[in-house]
Design a protein around this ligand. Structure first.
Ligand code: APR
Ligand code: PHB
Length: 392
């Protein structure tokens, strides 16, 4: 049996970031991750950081590699067959920028920081279970190599993603969930080719497409695909032809193709669970919410949750002030719902839905025309895209 102040369930970006910030504040914690480190680091996920996420990484000394390999952008483009390209100009309207830097790199940086600090991360922890969450003495059990272990703690942080055990430990009569499914998926590839200079979202009759990047020789591209599509339906040649078909020539001609080094299909989902706490357990990241990737909010919401939760736990352990913990769920959810609404809206604007009729498409086109002529509308998109300031 062990004892610590906070057990963090989940060793993804949310769990590792929380563990690191707690450690910096002298708060003992143990991370329980069900997968191997190699498996966690093999995941290809998000790639664009809000200004607030960059500030957070900088504030905890984790910006050296991001500054070296990441790429800051004054804005991202929306392109639209037959219309002028539209720049979501975050620099002009907010003075802030988005930074292209892959989640995989961030997770690598976080693991390295935890190792350097002698952090306790238990990989391949099986059957992790939180217990007695509504008492003053919660504890967590898990198995490793056939041996059962128990960790007594003061708080549990549920950072175990959408399919984790934390959210499901909240009784049905306490938890309320909100969900929206989308009738399409994103087929994403990674190629060792120079990316376009900017992040470019495309709406086209054939469907949505996105050009993004990880570094100067690593490109990330996506096309909207049917939910029942399989990877074998999309050989590289078909992917590149379809991607280029969805961009205006100015961008399509600049796309440098090459063999895919990673290819995956992900369904899109909007999901929010309330409250983001139960007794002495607090949820952060995908364990509490999922957004469609259109607005690049998933990783950034995990960061803002962790910012609020680490602040609340530090207030408790250093000043015996429970107020921030009491307010955590409400504060985090205000930002979650803002991002969930923004992501849903942008997904609705940029994709073609099988159920669309002519009215839907014409109103979509009008919204794009309105954006292109209204500075105020563009400023609203820009401030939400770059991320609203964290509440203090
Ligand atoms: N016990 C221990 N660990 C678990 C359990 C469990 N029962 N269930 C899941 N995990 C681990 C997963 O293996 C994963 O490593 O929890 C981690 C959760 O990490 P993520 O799913 O990456 O979620 P989060 O840290 O909140 O990061 C959110 O990651 O999934 C992307 O799009 C998402 O960019 C967003 C970011
Ligand atoms: C990515 O680079 O993976 C990416 C970029 C922007 C998005 C979503 C994903 O909106």
């Amino acid at each position: 049996m062990e004892r610590t102040k906070v057990v963090v369930i989940g060793g993804g970006p949310a769990g590792l970031l929380l563990s690191h910030i707690l450690d910096l504040n002298g708060i003992d914690n143990i991370v329980l991750e069900q997968k191997s480190r190699a498996y966690v680091l093999s995941r290809i996920r998000a790639g664009v950081l809000e200004a607030g996420s960059v500030d957070l990484l900088r504030s905890i000394g984790l910006s050296e590699r991001m500054d070296r390999e990441g790429k800051a952008h004054d804005g991202s483009f929306i392109v639209w067959a037959g219309s002028e390209k539209l720049l979501i100009d975050t620099m002009k309207y907010t003075g802030r920028e988005m930074t292209a830097y892959g989640q995989t790199s961030i997770t690598e940086d976080l693991y390295a920081a935890r190792d350097n600090a002698g952090g306790q991360i238990i990989d391949e922890a099986e059957d992790v279970k939180p217990h007695d969450l509504v008492t003053e003495k919660p504890f967590v059990t898990y198995f490793k190599n056939g041996q059962e272990y128990k960790i007594e703690c003061e708080f549990v942080a549920g950072c175990d993603g959408f399919h984790g055990v934390s959210r499901s430990s909240i009784p049905d009569n306490v938890l309320k969930t909100y969900e929206k499914g989308y009738p399409f998926g994103w087929l994403g590839i990674m190629s060792e080719t120079p990316p376009l200079p900017d992040i470019v979202y495309a709406n086209h009759d054939r469907g949505f497409a996105l050009a993004s990047q990880r570094n100067e020789n690593l490109s990330r591209y996506y096309v909207q695909c049917d939910l029942d599509d399989r990877l074998e339906d999309w050989p590289d040649d078909r992917f590149w032809a379809e991607l280029k078909a969805r961009f205006p020539a100015e961008f399509a001609d600049a796309i440098q193709t090459g063999p895919s080094i990673e290819k995956s299909i992900a369904p899109l989902r909007s999901f929010v669970s309330e409250p983001m706490c139960y007794g002495r357990m607090f949820l952060a990241g995908d364990s509490a919410h999922i957004v469609p990737p259109t607005g690049a909010k998933g990783l950034n919401l995990a960061f803002s949750d962790v910012y609020y939760l680490s602040l609340a736990l530090t207030e408790y352990f250093k000043k015996n002030n429970y107020t921030y913990l009491e307010n955590y769920s409400d504060v985090a959810l205000r930002r979650v719902w803002g991002a969930a609404r923004f992501s849903w809206n942008l997904t609705r604007l940029l994709h073609r839905f099988p159920s669309d009729d002519a009215f839907d498409q014409r109103t979509r086109e009008d919204e794009m025309a309105y954006l292109s002529r209204s500075e105020k509308a563009m400023a609203a998109i820009a401030e939400q895209y770059v991320g609203l300031p964290y509440e203090h």
